[in-house]
Design a protein around this ligand. Structure first.
Ligand code: UD1
Length: 347
């Protein structure tokens, strides 16, 4: 019998992290072959290939598309993906999350009548000014199988008429956090940065809505300085934010700025933090996985259960709700459930 072929399309930092879970799970399934295509959206070593090495992902096919405005970037990705999909004719194309690589992958595959599965489907911020929201909506509506991390995501898709294709499997990032806690080597990032556990906070900012407006970016950094009560603020910096800070000439006194860090280092930084301040979706959940409080530097979040269960608040909210565990993300078995569903679908 011919082995069935899965093809993952990735490109942004979080997608390297998410595909690492699938890669591990699929190794046990000899009936499935898995190829990874990296659009090239994130090209700095610290934003992409570092994760291939660290998380033991098979070397991807790299298309080298990055930069440019959204339409240009997405269009160039589609042009580059088209012949790869036509040549390999995968049985299912997997897309992840909500980046331009996600939407380019889903569109190109759907136009070739290939089956598409979306991992981390159904999230909504209901803010269409975010490029990610547009990407999510399009990717979800073009997908044949929708793997949801939360019940809320299932409800969002059901409301949009996609309920019949939906499965609540939990969050692949919860899987990886669990794998990392037992299998990955310990990070020495705290020693390297001379940090003492619980005597610092971790800050990340990268969303266009926060970096493209000088007043907003200054207001967020001032807020964190003030809210963290004199604790050291450690900020692994995304290239977009580094460029914005330089361009606007923003003073970063009291903030320890470092280059982007690897997955295990980030986990260690989060775990040792008194609190995490972030506009990243991934970090909001990773704070919870490490039982650290989070403040989301946005005016809304897709990960509403982190707020409802008292682990996260928006910077516009003064207090946390009562704490309780979040059941939605699963027991670290999202990858297993996804692989089993894909295998059954291809039988
Ligand atoms: C993208 C995703 C966002 C995701 C984030 C994770 C979209 C629309 N946004 O945002 O949803 O949360 O990735 O990190 O897809 N750059 C570098 N080196 C790199 C990568 C980017 O210098 O390795 C520069 C780019 O040239 C660009 C800027 O950073 O000027 C922004 O990169 P871009 O890929 O447009 O989006 P992100 O902000 O990373």
């Amino acid at each position: 019998m011919r082995r069935k072929h899965l093809l993952s399309i990735i490109g942004g930092r979080p997608q390297f992290i998410k595909t690492a879970v699938l890669t591990r799970t699929l190794r046990g399934r000899t009936e499935l072959e898995h190829t990874i295509v990296d659009t090239g959206q994130h090209y700095d070593h610290s934003m992409s290939s570092i994760f291939v090495e660290e998380l033991d992902i098979p070397p991807p096919i790299i298309l080298g598309v990055h930069g440019g405005a959204h339409a240009e970037m997405t269009g160039r990705m589609m042009i580059a993906l088209d012949p790869v999909l036509a040549d390999t004719k995968p049985d299912i194309v997997l897309v992840y999350g909500d980046t331009n690589s996600t939407v380019a992958g889903a569109l190109t595959a759907a136009k070739q009548h290939l089956a598409v599965a979306h991992i981390e489907a159904g999230l909504r911020s209901f803010n269409r000014n975010m490029p990610e929201e547009i990407n999510r909506i399009v990717a979800d509506h073009l997908s044949d199988i929708l793997f949801c991390p939360t019940q809320r995501a299932v409800a969002n898709l059901t409301r949009e008429g996609l309920g019949h294709q939906v499965l609540h499997v939990g969050d692949v990032m919860a899987d990886l956090a669990k794998i990392a806690s037992t299998q990955f080597t310990r990070s020495n990032i705290l020693e390297k940065l001379h940090l003492q556990e619980k005597h610092y906070v971790t800050l990340t900012i990268h969303r266009a809505e926060n970096t493209d407006d000088k007043d907003r970016l200054v207001a967020l950094i001032d807020y964190v300085r003030h809210d963290s009560n004199g604790l050291e603020v450690v900020m692994p910096i995304h290239p977009r934010t580094r460029d914005a800070i330089e361009k606007f000439g923003i003073k970063m006194e009291g903030v320890t700025v470092t280059p982007p860090v690897a997955y295990t280092d980030m986990g260690c930084l989060i775990k040792g933090s008194e609190r995490v301040y972030t506009d990243s979706g991934g970090l909001q959940k990773e704070a919870y996985f490490h039982e650290v409080s989070c403040v989301t530097l946005r005016d809304e979040t897709e990960w509403v259960e982190t707020i409802a269960c008292g682990w996260n608040r928006l910077w516009t909210q003064p207090t946390y709700q009562t704490r309780r565990p979040i059941r939605d993300y699963g027991e670290g078995d999202a990858g297993i459930k996804i692989a089993a569903t894909l295998a059954a679908h291809l039988e």
